[in-house]
Write a protein of this length. Sequence first.
Length: 91
Amino acid sequence: MLMRMNLRQCVWVLAMALSIGITGGTLRAAASASSQDQTQIKDYSKNKNYQVGMRDGKDDKAHNKDHSRKRKFEKDDDQKAYESGYQQGHH
């Protein structure tokens, strides 16, 4: 009887330790992923397309327009910079 009690306690302790270890590893992986997301946000503030977008956004806000200029850029990064500037200027 005493042997079964000790075995049950050992299994219980082992199960708890394993679940705590898995939970901790999952939380660390989630924290690592969120920090990687933050590093991928680019600072376009010095980009000329960002500045053009900012100017267009401010102008549209002043004239109560909603994204009246639909500029297209060949490079995806230029388009993202413009849109980022536009959003910043419009709000």
